[in-house]
Design a binder for this molecule. Structure first.
Ligand code: NOJ
Ligand code: CA
Length: 710
């Protein structure tokens, strides 16, 4: 995001066509090719191929407007423009330090052949790993303000692909994934049974959320999502389970409209990432490339970090967010329950632990009044974001943290009342500045206010962006829970570090948990749009909850691997200090692991099965590797060819013990250390539901006695 420093070729060619020309327009990059034309009724149609294979069969495009003057046909092509761009840019933080943005762009100018003569442009960008396209409404005499009632974009697939899906819910992404052919999609069953999700709204039985990951019978991987979602509503997909055609399904607002726009204006990009290698889907930068460069000029205050928090203890029922068991009476008084987590002594314990272990931040939830009746009442004014409970002294605790070199992380749960948050925002951010909080975790649990709006509708889409902009104004980093799923806007607002917008590790605390393949699917789905605050690092796998029988669906070693496979520039060490203190040799990996990277190599990956990723820490010679599997154990084979040639390194391998098993022996791990070089090929056993984490650092004098890895 800092600057574009190479621009090899950028030429625009405009060609004007006669209105009736019925030609096919083509664009390609590497193996990906796209065609566009108008059908006999002047309806826009596109198709996409990869090598010799069809990926998207001819599919209609268009937009319906509430005034009935639809952009759905009677078009003629009045001209096209082409340009090729090949540039490289540097993100403020990320999985790699440099990103190449190489595409061929074709803009098709369309005009309706009727009295109004309305204009529509469709802009296509073809990359070596997929396609993006968006609708643009140019300035024109017969279109100013308009309401989108439907988007007609289709993705006609070529078969009954294997699909990794969650329901198209207007309010939540916190579902476990179903792996099924398109023909077996039924969102209603899942929505009904998912009683552990706070707010659910799934109007379409055949509606699915994006990013939607698919695999064809021929082994082609296809991912459909969107980029740069702003001033529009989010796109879900309606699946025709007989013809395998997906259609854009826009999230409606309180009165049933989809998006309010004006000309000139444009929609977000619709994205199709394609490869015959699953690894390339994870490595794709197509969505970031389709977003605008940073709008924040001075980004020196944006710093990736790790944090611990007074949090898991509430999630597991061991303490509470609220100070009292009852809402305040008429006198406004609260009777303490004695279970409040955010008390001074407890918070100091976390600060001390962070200071001792080089963890930069401490999150404290439940510090401000309102938690006694925050949820379920659709109340507008619950929190004010500045009034602490009586046992939490903000000045004293922030001074204590500062004296230990630890940063406090603010928590602003809005309870879904976005109107209240918008009114309080300046006050809330001024409070953070006053007490030195560099980051805030926001939350949107509950039904949205303005009432009738949904988490994923246009009003809220723009709300989350307003919060990111406001946070930037106050130099505060943002981690949003329960927002719309990300679409690469972290490039434009690099203080928007992460979102939850998915089913996090916390479901292992307060519900029956996440599936064993969950973390092997998330990077192919939810994380395609941006980093996730997944909250990894649970060490006490069993016996942590006040509800008997709860168990994290993972081994301890797999929890370490998630710091690499679940990318985020802010990573929580989610367990409680007392559980880390019992395993300080394993905690060493969390202490060491970086949060910002020069380079990333996806070594091997298959959605639903396994992922092994290696990343090089920004500005050092250190590498970190994470390998995870689903319920089936396997061997992760990792050739270290990415290391500097001939140089000696020490690898610390945090692996499942020989007899580890997610169900019966999840906390059994072993830490071994070996010398390695670029010739080394690691072969590491992952238990059922297991994983491994590896740190690799240049050899020092102390490591001389170590043996070479065999
Ligand atoms: C849900 C969030 O995901 C979780 O992290 C948070 O603790 C609760 N809401 C309370 O705000
Ligand atoms: Ca959540």
């Amino acid at each position: 995001m800092k600057k574009i420093f190479i621009c090899l070729l950028s030429l625009a060619v405009y060609s004007s066509l006669k209105a009736q020309d019925n030609q096919t327009i083509r664009a390609e990059m590497g193996k990906v090719h796209l065609e566009f034309k108008l059908d006999a009724h002047g309806r826009p149609v596109y198709n996409v191929g990869y090598d010799q294979q069809a990926v998207i069969n001819p599919s209609y495009m268009g937009i319906n407007l509430s005034d009935g003057q639809n952009f759905d046909g009677h078009f003629a092509i009045t001209g096209t423009e082409r340009k090729t761009v090949d540039e490289t840019w540097e993100p403020v933080w990320g999985e790699v330090s440099h990103i190449r943005n190489h595409y061929e762009q074709v803009t098709v100018h369309l005009k309706q052949q009727d009295k109004a003569g309305r204009l529509l442009n469709i802009i296509f960008r073809v990359f070596a790993d997929g396609v993006g396209f968006r609708y643009e409404f140019p300035e024109q005499p017969n279109l100013k303000y308009f309401i989108v009632s439907d988007e007609l974009t289709e993705f006609s697939l070529t078969g009954d692909h294997k699909t990794f899906w969650i329901p198209g819910d207007y309010d939540s992404n916190e579902y476990p994934y179903t792996v099924s052919p398109i023909s077996k999609i039924d969102a209603s069953v899942l929505a009904k049974s998912a009683t552990d999700i706070a707010v659910r709204f799934v109007p379409d039985k055949y509606g699915v959320q994006t990013p939607l990951m698919m695999k064809t019978a021929e082994g082609l991987y296809i991912n459909i999502h969107e980029a740069a979602l702003q001033n529009y509503t989010s796109m879900q997909l309606h699946a025709d389970i007989k013809t395998f055609k997906l259609t854009a399904n826009l999230v409606a607002d309180a009165v049933g409209n989809k998006a309010y726009m004006n000309a000139p204006g444009k929609t977000p990009w619709r994205t199709i990432i394609i490869s015959n290698r699953a690894e390339d889907i994870l490595a794709s930068k197509l969505i970031l490339n389709l977003n605008d460069p940073s709008k924040i000029e001075n980004t020196s205050w944006i710093k990736p970090m790790k944090f611990v928090g007074v949090w898991w203890e509430m999630q597991t029922g061991n303490s509470t967010w609220s100070y009292s068991d009852n809402a305040p009476g008429a006198d406004g008084k609260l009777i303490p329950s004695g279970k409040h987590g955010a008390n001074m002594a407890n918070v100091k314990r976390y600060i001390d632990f962070a200071a001792q272990n080089g963890i930069q931040g401490v999150l404290v939830e439940g510090w401000n009044v309102g938690w006694e009746d925050w949820f379920g009442n659709w109340k507008e004014n619950v929190f004010d974001f500045v009034t602490p409970y009586p046992d939490f002294d903000v000045r004293a605790i922030t001074q204590y943290a500062a004296s230990k070199g630890v940063k406090m992380i603010m928590h602003n749960e809005t309870s879904g009342s976005a109107t209240n948050y918008e009114r309080q925002m300046d006050t809330a951010f001024r409070f953070m500045n006053k007490f030195g909080y560099p980051a805030v975790k926001t939350g949107y649990v509950g039904k949205i206010i303005p009432r009738g709006e949904h988490h994923d509708g246009q009003w809220m889409v723009d709300h989350y962006i307003r919060v990111a902009q406001k946070a930037a104004q106050y130099h505060v980093m943002l981690d949003a829970h329960e927002p719309v799923r990300p679409t690469g806007l972290q490039r434009t607002y690099p203080n928007w570090m992460a979102c939850e917008a998915g089913r996090g590790n916390e479901y292992n605390a307060f519900s029956t948990g996440n599936n064993l393949n969950h973390e092997t699917i998330m990077p192919f789905t939810r994380l395609i749009g941006g980093p996730m605050d997944y909250t990894p690092g649970i060490f006490k796998i069993r016996g942590y909850s006040t509800v008997p029988g709860r168990q994290v669906h993972s081994t301890l070693a797999k929890q370490l691997a998630l710091y690499i496979t679940m990318y985020s520039p802010i990573q929580m060490a989610a367990d409680m200090p007392e559980n880390y203190e019992k395993h300080l040799d394993a905690f060493q990996f969390i202490k060491d692991v970086a949060t910002d990277w020069d380079d990333t190599k996806v070594i091997e990956a298959e959605p639903g099965e396994y992922i092994t990723t290696a990343r090089k820490e920004k500005g050092t010679a250190n590498w970190f590797i994470g390998a995870i599997t689903n319920e089936n154990g396997r061997h992760a084979v990792v050739p270290l060819g990415f290391l500097d040639k001939g140089k000696k390194y020490v690898a610390a391998i945090y692996a499942d013990a020989g007899d580890a098993d997610w169900k019966n022996n999840p906390e059994a791990y072993q830490v071994t250390r070996f010398l390695v070089t670029d010739d080394t090929r690691l072969n590491i056993k992952l238990a059922n539901g297991g994983g491994a984490a590896i740190s690799i650092k240049p050899v020092t004098a102390e490591d001389k006695a170590l043996k070479f890895y065999k």
